[in-house]
Structure formats: C-alpha cells, structure tokens
Design a protein around this ligand. Structure first.
Ligand SMILES: Nc1ncnc2c1ncn2[C@@H]1O[C@H](COP(=O)(O)OP(=O)(O)O)[C@@H](O)[C@H]1O
Ligand SMILES: [Mg+2]
Length: 171
C-alpha cells in the first residue's frame, strides 16, 4: 500500500478542503509538516486543518509568521506555527511543542518544517505543496502509516479529488 498521496489542487478552496479532510482524521498527538515555497498554500491548508479539527468557522486562522505559535480551541487543540523566521532547530524546540503533543489532545502544524528536518523527533504527516500553472498546486501528502494514507485517499476520492497522481482532479 502506498503512503504517498499525490494530487492537484486548482484553487485555495480545494487546498483548504484537502486540509479539512486531513484534519477530520487526526486524533491528537500528530505533527503536520507543511512544506513548500512562499505562496504555495501552506496557510490555506492550515485553515482547512483547523476546520477539520473542529475550530469554529468564524474563528480566523491567520499566518503565524510574527507570533511563532497560534493556539485554537476545537475538538482537539490546534497549534499552528511557522518556522520561517526561526534561526535553528533549537528555537523550534524552545516553543515547547513536544510537551503540547504529549497530552495527545493537540495537533501541531508547522509551516516551513523542512527548514529543520525532524527537529521534534516525531514522525510527522508531511504535506508538500508546489506551484504549477496559475492557481494549480501539486499536493503530496506523506503519511507515516499506510492505513492512514488509505483512509485519506478514500476520503479525497469520495469527494471527487483525483488522487491518482498524474491526472487532474475532477472537482
Ligand atoms: N490551489 C491553490 N491552493 C492554495 N492557495 C492558492 C491556490 N491557488 C491560488 N492560491 C493563492 O495562493 C496564496 C497562498 O497563500 P498561503 O496559503 O498564505 O501560502 P504559504 O503559507 O504557503 O506562503 C493565496 O493568496 C491563495 O489565494
Ligand atoms: Mg504561510
């Protein structure tokens, strides 16, 4: 079974929807690494994650670039952080994310996590976003376990996303 889901998103709404579906599958203690260049859609995907984690729709989820970590109450507590301005893995560790995750009732999403690979020592779900033409983005989601990627694959396919890789999404 493959652990990598490859697909295309054609709008910020679709990217948020992918995040929302991933969010609904999480049960606490997970790290989601959001990787890709500026403007690729990391924050959009995080907005979707928040929805999937039960953060109310009317709570604005905004880029945490300047505050380092933002906290949102939902079905699980959602911590959204951004490693863009951090100088070292130690600075990332100093945010105390590991302690938050130990409680198993929180999920942490880290934008630019690939700047400090494996800093938290937790096997993460990784989302890579890449610009394509116009508003198209290549989305690759790597889950540590095959059963979870199968579940996400099913959720995405059921709502019309083409997770086949090469072909375009039908939505
Ligand atoms: N398919 C898409 N997915 C995500 N964002 C998109 C897409 N197409 C266009 N956009 C635009 O690209 C920008 C992505 O911004 P953002 O999510 O803040 O990126 P990042 O956090 O990766 O820097 C937004 O302005 C959004 O409207
Ligand atoms: Mg961002």
């Amino acid at each position: 079974m493959r652990n990598v889901i490859e697909m295309h998103s054609h709008s910020e709404q679709q990217t948020r929807e992918v995040g929302r579906m991933l969010g609904t599958m999480l049960h606490g203690g997970e790290v989601v690494e959001l990787c890709g260049p500026l403007g690729a859609g990391k924050t959009q995907l995080a907005k979707g994650l928040a929805l999937g984690l039960g953060v109310p729709k009317d709570v604005p989820v905004v880029s945490p670039t300047f505050v380092l970590v933002r906290e949102y109450a939902g079905r699980l507590t959602f911590y959204h952080c951004d490693a863009y301005r951090l100088q070292s893995a130690d600075e990332l560790l100093a945010l105390g994310l590991e302690e938050l995750l130990e409680r198993q009732d929180a999920v942490v999403a880290i934008e630019w996590a690939d700047r400090f690979p494996n800093a938290l020592g937790i096997v993460a779900i990784r989302v890579d976003l890449e610009h394509e033409d116009g508003s198209s983005r290549r989305v690759r989601i790597t889950c540590p376990d095959a059963s979870r990627s199968a579940e996400l694959d099913r959720l995405l396919s059921d709502s019309g996303f083409d997770v086949g890789g090469k072909r375009k999404c039908r939505k």
